[in-house]
Design a protein around this ligand. Structure first.
Ligand code: GLU
Length: 441
């Protein structure tokens, strides 16, 4: 069997961290199984879907490196939905219903008021042809419900949640088509999954009850159902389902200087029994991906954890991976010297300014003579590896060591008390600049 997964966002907004995670897991699972990963644009809702969001979704996936092996669009498949709908109609598996939203609301309230679950009473199923004709004559167009088979218990073995069981008698026949002919998501999704030979549906656990009804749709369409994996949802750092998570998208992360690798390393492992590790390469993440390792408890998405992971990723990035984003003139040696001090690649510019100067330092009185001596020594040493030369000679001449030896030099040479390894930085600053900075101190 070829593994085929699909990521199926509705283009009614940009991706947020929850659906980025869903996309990633679909992609990883397909990669790990030598399968195919599809992007399916769920744009049946013509009112709310926008082309700019389709483009943003593609761009976000590209930035993450989650390249789909194919793209499908629901809006291009209406004829197909129509044909399969006609089959279900002929088989009596969909039926017209004429209740207004207000009537349905009232029915629900009455049931709830009596302490009963608000399950649709199937009144429309009992309508005689004459009743329907009467509604039609009044200009009332029906919406359409899928008739659940009450005699077939719904069961599946979920890859994350284990064995699942739903009694269809406790569920409402789902509405699959609106009175204006437009489609709700449930049925087109099943038709697509059948036609695209989707083998694994990986999505959030908010879809579990949809799966129950969709399993009967697969059966009604004469198709075998795919496997399902319903993942626990993400919560905010504060442990609650958070509104904020819904607004955190790629644009936000990019603005913060988050690397795609950091987001991937975190979201690949969050909610699993494997530790989150700063892995730049996705291969070990793909290799260890396993639904059995996912827990049932909501996973906490912590922006602070992401920022820390990002720093550890940045420390490993090679020059070629970042060169386009570095300040002019900064080469591989500069990157490697500065990289360990960065939280984001963008911060490299600040340190490059330190290398190129000018820098301003306030030197304590007691270090002035020491630095004048340093300037003299720096003049005469071999500059192929100047830092050990300079500090060695100064130590011998003054008896200073440790902080007293290094700090005044760092301050005069960089204008800062902390920063990258001076042995790597000093050659970048260069002899001429260094002498000027030491001399003017
Ligand atoms: N468009 C649906 C959603 O974004 C797809 C759910 C699914 O994966 O089937 O919730």
């Amino acid at each position: 069997m070829t593994v085929i997964t699909r990521f199926a966002p509705s283009p009614t907004g940009t991706l947020h961290v929850g659906n980025i995670r869903t996309a990633l897991h679909n992609w990883m699972f397909a990669r790990g199984q030598d399968g195919r990963f599809l992007l399916r644009v769920d744009d049946t809702d013509g009112e709310r879907s926008e082309e700019r969001f389709v483009e943003a979704i593609r761009a976000d996936l590209a930035w993450l490196g989650l390249v789909p092996d194919g793209e499908e669009r629901q809006s291009a498949r209406f004829d197909r939905y129509e044909a399969r709908f006609a089959e279900l109609k002929a088989a009596g598996r969909v039926y017209p219903a004429y209740e207004s939203a207000q009537e349905l609301d009232l029915k629900r309230k009455v049931l709830l008021g009596r302490g009963l679950p608000p399950v649709y009473d199937r009144a429309a199923l009992a309508l005689a042809d004459a009743d329907k004709a009467k509604f039609e004559a009044e200009g009332i167009r029906p919406h359409w419900r899928f008739r659940l088979d009450h005699d077939a218990m719904i069961e599946w073995d979920d890859l994350v949640r284990g064995p699942q069981r739903f009694d269809p008698k406790t569920m409402s026949d789902p509405v699959v088509r609106r009175a204006d002919g437009s489609w709700l998501y449930l049925l087109p999704s099943v038709i697509d999954d059948v036609d695209m030979a989707v083998s694994h549906v990986v999505r959030g656990e908010d879809h579990v009850s949809n799966t129950a009804t969709q399993l009967q749709m697969f059966a009604a369409l004469g198709a075998a159902a795919p496997r399902f994996a319903h993942e626990a949802l993400l919560t905010g750092a504060e442990g609650k389902l958070s509104k904020r998570l819904g607004s955190l998208g790629i644009a936000h992360f990019r603005e913060l200087g988050i690397e795609p690798q950091a987001l991937i390393a975190l979201l690949a492992r969050l909610g699993t029994s494997d530790p989150v590790e700063p892995l730049v390469d996705v291969a070990p993440l793909v290799a260890s991906f396993d639904f059995a390792r996912f827990g049932r408890a909501p996973a906490r998405f912590d922006e602070e954890e992401l920022a820390q992971l990002n720093a550890r990723i940045v420390h490993q990035l090679g020059f070629d991976a970042v060169r386009d984003r570095l300040p002019a003139g900064m080469g591989p040696a500069g990157w490697e010297a500065i990289r360990p001090n960065l939280s984001t690649v963008a911060e490299a510019a600040d340190w490059w300014q330190v290398v190129e100067g000018p820098v301003a330092a306030t030197i304590p009185e007691e270090d002035r003579a020491f630095l004048a001596l340093a300037a003299g020594i720096a003049e005469g040493i071999d500059w192929s590896d100047p830092w050990p030369e300079l500090t060695g000679a100064l130590k011998a001449a003054t008896g200073r060591k440790g902080r007293a030896l290094f700090l005044p030099l760092r301050l005069a040479l960089t204008g800062r008390e902390h920063g990258p390894d001076m042995a790597a930085l000093l050659p970048l600053i260069g002899k001429e600049n260094a002498l000027a900075r030491l001399g003017s101190a």
